[in-house]
Design a protein around this ligand. Structure first.
Ligand code: 4AZ
Length: 244
């Protein structure tokens, strides 16, 4: 997170650190992306976070990546489901969404605590200018390789036409994406935050409204962060998580 502040432990209990290592290796797992706990056994993330050559673990209830915390829960990922129409084009990433099914231990996956809790699903579209929250362990204004401590920041939802204007992203921002941040720059998501949450308040609760997807670098004027529009994928999420 570019221009963020250290998150308070327990304030973002749906935040997940996705950690990877090459399949079959004994190397330590390292943070690669963010994710969002939406059900005890399901994490939502970005499609571009899934690399089939890696094993993935989901770390919940953590703020410091370098420290063992008594609040953390680490779960193996049993299955990764990337959206059927996920595509990387030269100018954008389309349908940048994936679901991870966690492996249960004695029949249960994430255990709800003060530090681990699911995010609610959005129902309505938020108005332009709404203040929402982004979070993650990604690159910052002075740390290229990411932050050890979870950071968060407030961003504003940017009008779709404004974000599709020639001075911003032209036609790269499709209808299932939206922009958030500040056109003057300074506060943004960044590399390593991908797949993590943009939450907004709806009906007095935080809902998962966007997933960190892409952008032209971080924190620059006229280059806000671009997020996967979760409200466009509610049926897809339901169809994959509803065990028939
Ligand atoms: C990235 O490289 C990335 N400023 C993620 C988010 C943004 C830019 C780049 C948004 O994963």
């Amino acid at each position: 997170i570019y221009g963020g502040l250290k998150a308070i432990p327990g304030a973002l209990p749906w935040q997940v650190s996705l950690q990877v290592r090459p399949k079959g290796s004994t190397l330590p797992f390292r943070h690669s992306c963010g994710g969002v706990l939406i059900e005890s056994c399901w994490v939502l993330t970005a499609g571009h976070c899934i690399d089939k050559k890696h094993d993935i673990e989901a770390v919940l209830g953590t703020v410091s990546l370098g420290m063992e915390e008594s609040t953390e829960q680490t779960l193996q990922v049993e299955e990764a489901i990337i959206h059927e129409n996920y595509r990387e084009t030269p100018s954008a990433v389309e349908n940048d969404i994936a679901l991870l099914r966690l492996k249960g231990v004695n029949g249960s996956c994430a255990e709800e605590t003060q530090f681990v809790r699911t995010a609610c699903m959005p129902d309505v579209t938020m108005p332009d200018g709404s203040e929402c929250t982004i979070s993650g362990w990604g690159a910052t204004e002075d740390l290229k390789y990411g932050s050890d401590h979870l950071l968060d920041a407030k961003v504003l939802l940017i009008n779709q036409e404004k974000c599709s204007s020639p001075t911003v992203y032209s036609s790269s921002v499709g209808p299932s994406m939206f922009c958030a941040g500040y056109l003057q720059g300074g506060v943004d998501s960044c590399q390593g935050d991908s797949g993590g949450p943009l939450t907004c308040e709806q009906h007095q609760v935080q809902v998962i409204y966007g997933l960190v997807s892409w952008g032209d670098q971080c924190g620059r004027a006229n280059k806000p962060g671009v997020y996967t529009r979760v409200t466009d994928y509610l049926d897809w999420i339901k169809s994959k998580t509803q065990t028939a």
